[in-house]
Write a protein that binds this ligand. Structure first.
Ligand code: FAD
Length: 465
């Protein structure tokens, strides 16, 4: 079959990128450099009408569809072999209504775009902690970030979505409009349609916040985690913290002698006045003998992009993840034993402290169910594209071993942290029985033929099932 061209997509005014286009290889590359798929056509949309045209075109021709937001999903679901990529990467506009405290965000925007525009008004919403991550995938899967304990997950801040359905229709989903779809979009990922535009609630933040990481030597890990367990349990909702276990990245302010030393970090961000933030992190900064302390008053936008360079596009990545039943001594011992077992100095694990506003909603309030877990962990194997296959094999084996060791302490998983080998086997685990059942029903209503299946797929209910 010859590659379709724009003239064959009625009503499409975007950029069609076919294998003979000079930009094809760049356009099919995603964040994870291990992903190497060759779509027949990348339909780079300029607006909602293009998205609808591309969906109708793909449907009529029975083409496999992938939807690209920021292209960051570790499993590479934003791109497919042989089919069509509905590429939203040129749809990144963000506009802010500072009076209503609402941001209107196009479906291909990155978190850096949202933070840039909202912080111009001293506002923000909960988003990903790396600025080159996409709003689309984060905002439909859950959205954990620095502000979540105070202001909820990204999905908790979604007030309306413009959705292109599997039929190619353009509809709105909100609490009043298609409420079943609105429920499913808040955690169910890209299963139900293409979201061409989001409306998010905003909150006053910064623009200067008390934020940054403190690092201790890897040998102190168990002690730091035991201290952290109590510190986090008593932290105010304003204080978001993330533990990072690996080596000290070459961040500004880290001396050469410290770079790539094995270390545990607790990074924080206080969503309130700087003085209150200073008080909230004082005990943490005084615990034990830190190697490096980078906490200080920081522009929120800088904090949101502070670790961007530690996870650049094109490196090779493999993830394993789980929610944790708690930070028991047994969990702490397992984490301390496995966290530094990777051979690559770029591999690491990150543990997010949940709770606060996240936990004040019920498991069924949105499709994202993980309201009742205090901590989750993502184990990130990272190696360089020019390293030979044995390095990648060793790193992925480390991540799997680490997760296996946590087996009896698992309590579900965040869907957006699943990798490709979890695609089908762990999706049900990510939602739990009740939410999964409800998602299957909504899927059957809005996408009964499973047109949108290159994702963490929820197959629709069929009469047989
Ligand atoms: C470096 C890095 C940092 C991260 N940090 C965080 C974090 O702080 N918090 C957090 O919660 N998660 C985080 N994640 C995980 C993140 O939530 C997922 O990787 C997410 O899928 C990324 O969204 P994306 O739009 O960039 O991805 P894509 O790969 O473009 O999309 C993933 C899937 O989402 C769907 N999708 C995307 N956009 C749309 C849309 N507009 N309409 C319909 N479907 C769409 C599609 O099914 C697509 O296959 C991080 C990931 C990376 C790589």
């Amino acid at each position: 079959m010859t590659a379709p061209t724009v003239t064959q997509i009625p009503g499409f005014r975007g950029d069609p990128i076919t294998p003979d286009h000079p930009g094809y290889d760049d356009a099919r590359a995603v964040w994870n450099g291990t992903v190497d798929r060759r779509p027949r056509l990348i339909a780079r949309c300029r607006g909602t009408a293009d998205v609808a045209a591309a969906v109708r075109f793909a449907r009529a021709r029975d083409l496999e569809i992938a939807v690209r937001g920021g292209g960051h999903n570790v499993a590479g679901t934003a791109v497919c072999d042989d089919g069509i990529v509905i590429d939203l990467s040129a749809m990144r506009a963000v506009s802010v209504d500072p009076v209503e405290r609402i941001a209107q965000v196009q479906g291909g925007a990155l978190w850096g775009d949202v933070d840039h525009e909202t912080q111009a008004h001293g506002l923000a919403t909960t988003g990903g902690i790396v600025s080159h991550t996409g709003v689309g995938g984060v905002g439909l899967g859950g959205g954990i970030g620095w502000l979540m304990r105070k202001h909820g997950l990204t999905v908790d801040n979604l007030v309306e979505a413009e959705v292109v359905t599997a039929e190619g229709d353009i509809i709105r989903a909100s609490a009043d409009d298609h409420p079943d779809l609105f429920w499913a979009l808040r955690g169910g990922g890209g299963n139900f349609g293409v979201v061409s535009s989001f409306r998010f609630a905003l909150h006053p933040i910064g623009p200067i916040v008390m934020a940054g990481p403190v690092f201790w030597a890897a040998g102190d890990t168990a002690d730091v985690l035991r201290f952290y367990r109590d510190f986090a349990a008593e932290a105010p909702d304003e204080l978001g913290t993330i533990v990072r276990l690996g080596t000290i990245p070459p961040l500004p302010g880290v001396g050469e002698d410290m770079q790539f030393r094995p270390a545990i970090a607790v990074a924080s961000c206080y969503a309130g006045p700087v003085e209150a933030g200073e008080r909230a992190v004082r005990a943490l900064r005084h615990f034990g003998a830190p190697l490096v302390d980078l906490v200080g008053p920081t522009p929120y936008v800088d904090h949101q992009s502070g670790i961007d360079d530690t996870v650049p596009h094109g490196w090779h990545y493999y993830w394993k993840a789980t929610n944790l039943t708690g930070l028991s001594d047994a969990v702490i011992d397992i984490v301390a034993e496995h966290a530094y077992g990777a051979t690559s100095p770029r591999s690491y694990a990150a543990m997010f402290h949940m709770g606060g506003a996240v936990a004040r909603a019920s498991r069924g309030a949105t499709a994202y169910p993980g309201r009742d877990v205090d901590h989750n962990i993502v184990i990130d194997a990272v190696w360089l594209p020019d390293q030979d296959d044995t390095v990648g094999a060793a790193e992925t084996a480390w991540a799997r071993r680490f997760l296996d060791a946590l087996e009896s302490h698992r309590a579900g998983v965040y869907v957006n942290f699943l990798d490709s080998d979890d695609d089908t086997s762990r999706v049900h685990e990510a939602y739990g029985d009740a939410n999964y059942r409800r998602l299957v029903e909504v899927k059957a209503k809005y996408d009964p033929e499973n047109l949108f299946r290159n994702n963490k797929n929820i197959p629709p209910a069929t009469p047989a099932s």
